[in-house]
Ligand binder design. Structure first.
Ligand code: PLP
Length: 414
């Protein structure tokens, strides 16, 4: 992969959506036509063909026996979950609300798992009633699940979500290692396994998830290897055979200047080696990976319309009808320490060359409502459509939608 030669890093070219006659195409249709059919801006548009293509691309590199799950918290739009359910082997949910969407989408309950640090009593009961697998993240959940199983006369299918005793290097968001609210510390797991055995829950395996948004194949490989080795050790204390081992997700996509796409081939090779070793050491175990961002992030665009073009002391501002309330991640307020620009384009001027340095802002009364800060863009006018790439994951779902009472963004699957 070439790194840009100039001292100022640029965005990886966004080539997943083609353009024709100066307009970006989504699902083969011009952006302005999609906007007309949606009927208003802003909206998020996701491209089915890109979702399908991404899963196929990933499968080409994964060992055939590995199970691929979709972590639907990345994008819980019901139609999109329905599309994904037909492509992957299972769905991971993070709440009872997501569970309902997954079940309504037709996902097989046997292949749904539920993770999250704050599961409510009723959510755990719903999980038992639905027959899905619960990734246990605290001792408290054992008692609640045991009670629900007894009352409902159903088995409580469980796995243990482990907080590993190492950290994932170069991860955008660390979710394991050190003190964490996620999972149960590896050193406490033997005690938890004993409790699960005593409570007669149906133990099925382990779940390990070290972190999100990782673009470095080497560190993903190292983390998956360490997770596998840790699971082998923990399996010695398991109250029953390990039926599945979930090695988590966290594959990243490039957002910011200078970032390069993840090289998936070595990650696939490493998983092949793990699957082969598991066939010997844990012969009844299916290996699962669960991905959110990597599967859906690049297939989505956020689209908003330029309402006004203002020059303030020589600097052009494109004031749009979209903003941080609908796309917190692109505004830089979702866990970024130093704000960086998402890839942005004027979707109705794809053939024009960038000729000015402009800022794209939203309608909210805060300087944080910034969608692009001093980017090279073709001069845009009121009525033009601004697109923000890489918006298929953690977009609308991770945003404070009701901020200032502006209308919600619509979603379409094209
Ligand atoms: C968020 C999450 C995922 C998905 O993470 P991505 O970085 O979007 O792939 C997978 N598993 C669990 C338990 C999660 O919480």
């Amino acid at each position: 992969m070439d790194t840009p030669k100039s001292s100022k890093p640029t965005h990886t070219p966004m080539t997943q959506f083609p353009a024709a006659n100066g307009e970006l195409l989504i699902g083969g249709q011009p952006l302005s036509r999609i906007a007309a059919r949606v009927g208003r801006t802003p909206f998020y548009a996701y491209d089915r063909a890109l979702l399908t293509r991404r899963v196929a691309h990933l499968r080409e590199h994964l060992p055939p026996t590995i199970k691929l799950h979709y972590a639907m918290k990345a994008n819980p739009m019901p139609a999109l979950v329905g599309h994904m359910a037909g492509l992957v082997d299972g769905i991971d949910v993070a709440s009872a609300g997501e569970l309902k969407v997954a079940l309504d989408a037709g996902a097989d309950p046997a292949e749904i798992s539920f993770a999250g640090p704050g599961k409510q009593d009723n959510e755990l009961r719903q999980a038992v009633a639905a027959g899905i697998l619960v990734n246990i993240e605290s001792f408290r959940e054992v008692d609640i699940l045991a009670k629900a199983a007894q009352e409902l006369g159903l088995p409580a299918r469980v796995a243990v979500r482990v907080n590993p005793d190492f950290e994932l290097k170069s991860s955008g968001m660390k979710m394991g290692g050190g003190p964490k609210q996620f999972g149960v510390d590896a050193e406490q797991v033997p005690k938890l396994l004993a409790r699960i055995g005593d409570a007669q829950l149906a133990f099925e395996g382990f779940h390990l998830f070290a972190g999100s948004q990782n673009l470095k194949a080497d560190s993903i490989i190292e983390a998956q290897r360490q997770c596998f080795d840790l699971a082998l050790r923990l399996a010695e204390d398991a109250p029953g055979p390990v039926k599945f081992l979930n090695l988590g997700g966290g594959f990243g996509i490039p957002y910011f200047p200078g970032e390069q796409p993840l090289d998936i081939a070595p990650v696939g090779d490493n998983l092949k080696a793990i699957v082969e070793e598991a066939a010997v050491k844990l012969p009844h175990t299916e290996i699962v990976i669960e991905l959110g961002r990597y599967l859906v992030g690049e297939a989505g665009l956020y689209v908003c319309r330029v309402l006004d073009r203002k020059i303030s002391r020589g600097h052009p501002f494109l004031v749009t009808d979209g903003g941080l309330h609908q796309h917190l991640s692109a505004s830089g307020n979702f866990g970024q320490i130093i704000r960086k620009n998402y890839p942005v384009a004027i979707g109705t001027r794809m053939e024009d060359t960038p000729r000015e340095t402009a800022s794209v802002v939203g309608p909210l009364c805060t300087p944080l409502d910034l969608l692009a800060d001093r980017m090279e863009l073709p001069p845009a006018q009121p009525g033009d459509l601004v697109v923000i790439y890489q918006s298929g994951a953690y977009g609308l779902t991770a945003s404070p939608e009701k901020f200032l009472g502006h209308p919600a963004a619509v979603e379409v699957l094209v």
